[in-house]
Design a protein around this ligand. Sequence first.
Ligand code: DX5
Ligand code: ZN
Length: 220
Amino acid sequence: FELPILAPSILASDYTKLGEEITTCTDAGVKWIHCDVMDGHFVPNISYGPAIVEAAGRASDAFLDVHLMIENPDQYIEAFADAGADQLTVHQEACPHLHRTIQSIKQQDMMAGIAVNPATSLTTIEPILEYVDLVLIMSVNPGFGGQSFIENTYQRLKDMSIIRENKQLGFLIEVDGGVGIDNIEKVTRSGADVLVAGSSVFKAKNITKSIEDLTKRARM
Ligand code: DX5
Ligand code: ZN
Protein backbone atom coordinates (compact mmCIF):
# COMPACT_ATOMS: atom_id res chain seq x y z
CA PHE A 1 0.00 0.00 0.00
CA GLU A 2 1.09 3.52 -0.77
CA LEU A 3 1.43 5.61 2.40
CA PRO A 4 -0.34 7.36 3.94
CA ILE A 5 -3.41 5.16 3.76
CA LEU A 6 -6.84 6.76 4.19
CA ALA A 7 -9.18 4.35 6.02
CA PRO A 8 -12.80 5.58 6.04
CA SER A 9 -14.75 4.33 9.08
CA ILE A 10 -18.18 3.00 8.12
CA LEU A 11 -19.40 3.85 11.63
CA ALA A 12 -20.42 7.20 10.12
CA SER A 13 -21.95 5.76 6.96
CA ASP A 14 -25.64 5.49 6.07
CA TYR A 15 -26.31 1.82 6.81
CA THR A 16 -29.29 1.73 4.43
CA LYS A 17 -26.76 2.09 1.61
CA LEU A 18 -23.63 0.66 3.10
CA GLY A 19 -22.52 -1.21 -0.03
CA GLU A 20 -23.06 1.80 -2.25
CA GLU A 21 -21.12 4.13 0.06
CA ILE A 22 -18.25 1.65 0.26
CA THR A 23 -17.99 1.40 -3.52
CA THR A 24 -18.07 5.20 -3.72
CA CYS A 25 -14.99 5.12 -1.49
CA THR A 26 -13.14 2.46 -3.45
CA ASP A 27 -13.98 4.17 -6.76
CA ALA A 28 -12.34 7.28 -5.30
CA GLY A 29 -9.17 5.28 -4.61
CA VAL A 30 -9.71 4.03 -1.05
CA LYS A 31 -7.78 0.83 -0.28
CA TRP A 32 -8.73 0.26 3.37
CA ILE A 33 -12.14 0.25 5.04
CA HIS A 34 -12.17 0.68 8.83
CA CYS A 35 -14.84 -1.15 10.87
CA ASP A 36 -15.53 -0.03 14.46
CA VAL A 37 -16.92 -2.79 16.65
CA MET A 38 -18.28 -1.62 20.04
CA ASP A 39 -19.82 -3.79 22.74
CA GLY A 40 -21.41 -1.38 25.23
CA HIS A 41 -18.96 -2.59 27.92
CA PHE A 42 -15.46 -1.60 26.93
CA VAL A 43 -16.95 1.58 25.45
CA PRO A 44 -20.30 3.20 26.29
CA ASN A 45 -21.85 2.51 22.89
CA ILE A 46 -22.92 -0.46 20.76
CA SER A 47 -22.22 -0.46 17.03
CA TYR A 48 -22.19 -3.72 15.05
CA GLY A 49 -20.53 -7.11 14.89
CA PRO A 50 -19.26 -9.71 12.40
CA ALA A 51 -22.40 -9.66 10.19
CA ILE A 52 -21.81 -6.05 9.14
CA VAL A 53 -18.09 -6.67 8.70
CA GLU A 54 -18.95 -9.58 6.41
CA ALA A 55 -21.36 -7.37 4.42
CA ALA A 56 -18.73 -4.63 4.14
CA GLY A 57 -16.34 -7.22 2.74
CA ARG A 58 -18.79 -8.28 0.06
CA ALA A 59 -19.22 -4.67 -1.10
CA SER A 60 -15.65 -4.34 -2.40
CA ASP A 61 -12.25 -5.97 -2.29
CA ALA A 62 -10.80 -3.30 0.02
CA PHE A 63 -8.61 -4.34 2.95
CA LEU A 64 -10.88 -4.76 6.00
CA ASP A 65 -9.31 -3.05 9.00
CA VAL A 66 -11.37 -4.12 12.02
CA HIS A 67 -11.03 -2.19 15.28
CA LEU A 68 -12.39 -4.13 18.25
CA MET A 69 -13.53 -1.91 21.12
CA ILE A 70 -14.77 -4.89 23.10
CA GLU A 71 -13.99 -6.83 26.23
CA ASN A 72 -12.79 -10.44 25.84
CA PRO A 73 -11.78 -10.06 22.20
CA ASP A 74 -10.22 -13.55 22.27
CA GLN A 75 -13.71 -14.98 22.23
CA TYR A 76 -14.51 -13.40 18.85
CA ILE A 77 -11.29 -13.71 16.86
CA GLU A 78 -12.52 -16.68 14.85
CA ALA A 79 -15.88 -15.02 14.11
CA PHE A 80 -14.15 -11.98 12.64
CA ALA A 81 -11.74 -14.14 10.66
CA ASP A 82 -14.75 -15.97 9.19
CA ALA A 83 -16.35 -12.58 8.45
CA GLY A 84 -13.38 -11.75 6.23
CA ALA A 85 -11.40 -9.33 8.40
CA ASP A 86 -7.89 -8.78 7.03
CA GLN A 87 -6.64 -7.16 10.20
CA LEU A 88 -7.88 -7.20 13.80
CA THR A 89 -6.86 -4.49 16.23
CA VAL A 90 -7.46 -5.06 19.93
CA HIS A 91 -7.09 -2.62 22.82
CA GLN A 92 -4.23 -2.88 25.28
CA GLU A 93 -6.73 -1.90 28.00
CA ALA A 94 -8.97 -4.90 27.19
CA CYS A 95 -6.27 -7.59 27.00
CA PRO A 96 -4.61 -8.96 30.13
CA HIS A 97 -2.85 -11.60 27.99
CA LEU A 98 -1.89 -9.42 25.08
CA HIS A 99 0.79 -11.69 23.67
CA ARG A 100 -1.61 -14.62 23.55
CA THR A 101 -4.32 -12.51 21.91
CA ILE A 102 -1.92 -11.26 19.22
CA GLN A 103 -0.76 -14.81 18.53
CA SER A 104 -4.38 -16.01 18.19
CA ILE A 105 -5.09 -13.29 15.62
CA LYS A 106 -2.05 -14.35 13.58
CA GLN A 107 -2.99 -18.01 13.82
CA GLN A 108 -6.19 -17.06 12.00
CA ASP A 109 -4.08 -15.57 9.19
CA MET A 110 -4.97 -11.98 9.92
CA MET A 111 -2.72 -9.02 10.52
CA ALA A 112 -2.63 -7.96 14.18
CA GLY A 113 -2.91 -4.44 15.56
CA ILE A 114 -2.71 -3.00 19.06
CA ALA A 115 -4.67 0.11 20.05
CA VAL A 116 -4.03 2.49 22.94
CA ASN A 117 -6.49 4.96 24.45
CA PRO A 118 -5.43 8.62 24.82
CA ALA A 119 -4.46 8.21 28.50
CA THR A 120 -2.52 4.96 28.13
CA SER A 121 1.24 5.27 28.26
CA LEU A 122 3.03 4.08 25.12
CA THR A 123 5.52 2.19 27.27
CA THR A 124 2.74 -0.29 28.18
CA ILE A 125 2.89 -1.76 24.67
CA GLU A 126 6.67 -1.79 24.18
CA PRO A 127 7.01 -5.53 24.91
CA ILE A 128 4.48 -6.44 22.20
CA LEU A 129 5.71 -4.12 19.44
CA GLU A 130 7.92 -6.70 17.73
CA TYR A 131 4.88 -8.95 17.24
CA VAL A 132 2.35 -6.50 15.77
CA ASP A 133 1.70 -5.21 12.27
CA LEU A 134 0.10 -1.95 13.38
CA VAL A 135 -0.14 0.38 16.36
CA LEU A 136 -3.33 2.42 16.65
CA ILE A 137 -2.98 5.65 18.60
CA MET A 138 -6.47 6.81 19.60
CA SER A 139 -6.93 10.55 19.16
CA VAL A 140 -10.32 10.55 20.93
CA ASN A 141 -11.75 8.46 23.74
CA PRO A 142 -13.25 5.56 21.81
CA GLY A 143 -16.99 5.05 21.63
CA PHE A 144 -18.38 7.68 19.31
CA GLY A 145 -17.75 9.24 15.94
CA GLY A 146 -17.63 13.00 15.49
CA GLN A 147 -15.50 13.91 18.53
CA SER A 148 -12.69 16.42 18.43
CA PHE A 149 -9.05 15.46 18.03
CA ILE A 150 -7.02 15.49 21.26
CA GLU A 151 -4.02 17.76 20.72
CA ASN A 152 -1.33 15.76 22.51
CA THR A 153 -1.82 12.99 19.95
CA TYR A 154 0.68 14.76 17.67
CA GLN A 155 3.38 14.24 20.27
CA ARG A 156 2.32 10.63 20.85
CA LEU A 157 2.59 9.92 17.12
CA LYS A 158 6.08 11.40 17.08
CA ASP A 159 7.06 9.40 20.16
CA MET A 160 5.80 6.17 18.59
CA SER A 161 7.74 6.88 15.38
CA ILE A 162 10.90 7.32 17.42
CA ILE A 163 10.30 4.10 19.34
CA ARG A 164 9.79 2.27 16.04
CA GLU A 165 12.98 3.70 14.62
CA ASN A 166 15.00 2.84 17.71
CA LYS A 167 13.74 -0.73 17.70
CA GLN A 168 14.07 -0.96 13.90
CA LEU A 169 10.57 -2.35 13.51
CA GLY A 170 8.18 -2.11 10.57
CA PHE A 171 4.68 -1.80 12.03
CA LEU A 172 2.32 0.85 10.67
CA ILE A 173 1.16 3.72 12.87
CA GLU A 174 -2.56 4.47 12.65
CA VAL A 175 -4.53 7.36 14.11
CA ASP A 176 -8.26 7.29 14.81
CA GLY A 177 -10.72 9.99 15.85
CA GLY A 178 -11.37 13.58 14.85
CA VAL A 179 -9.25 13.49 11.70
CA GLY A 180 -10.41 15.93 9.02
CA ILE A 181 -9.29 18.39 6.40
CA ASP A 182 -7.93 20.90 8.94
CA ASN A 183 -5.56 18.54 10.74
CA ILE A 184 -4.80 15.66 8.38
CA GLU A 185 -1.60 17.24 7.11
CA LYS A 186 -0.20 17.78 10.60
CA VAL A 187 -1.29 14.27 11.63
CA THR A 188 0.61 12.76 8.70
CA ARG A 189 3.68 14.91 9.35
CA SER A 190 3.65 13.75 12.98
CA GLY A 191 4.13 10.18 11.82
CA ALA A 192 0.77 8.56 11.07
CA ASP A 193 0.78 6.06 8.18
CA VAL A 194 -2.91 5.16 8.35
CA LEU A 195 -5.58 7.82 8.82
CA VAL A 196 -9.01 6.74 9.98
CA ALA A 197 -11.75 9.18 9.01
CA GLY A 198 -15.43 8.68 9.83
CA SER A 199 -17.47 11.89 9.85
CA SER A 200 -15.12 13.81 7.59
CA VAL A 201 -15.79 11.24 4.83
CA PHE A 202 -19.33 9.95 5.29
CA LYS A 203 -21.00 13.07 6.71
CA ALA A 204 -19.60 15.21 3.90
CA LYS A 205 -21.99 16.48 1.20
CA ASN A 206 -19.90 14.73 -1.41
CA ILE A 207 -18.05 11.59 -0.30
CA THR A 208 -15.91 11.41 -3.43
CA LYS A 209 -14.75 14.99 -3.10
CA SER A 210 -13.99 14.65 0.61
CA ILE A 211 -11.82 11.60 -0.10
CA GLU A 212 -9.97 13.45 -2.86
CA ASP A 213 -9.42 16.49 -0.65
CA LEU A 214 -8.30 14.48 2.38
CA THR A 215 -5.92 12.35 0.31
CA LYS A 216 -4.41 15.38 -1.39
CA ARG A 217 -3.95 17.26 1.88
CA ALA A 218 -2.50 14.20 3.63
CA ARG A 219 0.19 13.89 0.97
CA MET A 220 1.26 17.55 1.17
C1 DX5 B 1 -14.06 6.08 17.74
C2 DX5 B 1 -13.91 5.17 16.53
C3 DX5 B 1 -13.49 5.91 15.32
C4 DX5 B 1 -14.53 6.83 14.80
C5 DX5 B 1 -13.86 7.92 14.01
O1 DX5 B 1 -14.53 5.33 18.79
O2 DX5 B 1 -12.92 4.23 16.78
O3 DX5 B 1 -13.07 5.06 14.27
O4 DX5 B 1 -15.48 6.16 14.01
O5 DX5 B 1 -14.85 8.79 13.69
P1 DX5 B 1 -14.58 10.34 13.42
O6 DX5 B 1 -13.65 10.37 12.26
O7 DX5 B 1 -15.94 10.83 13.13
O8 DX5 B 1 -13.97 10.91 14.66
ZN1 ZN C 1 -11.79 2.93 14.97
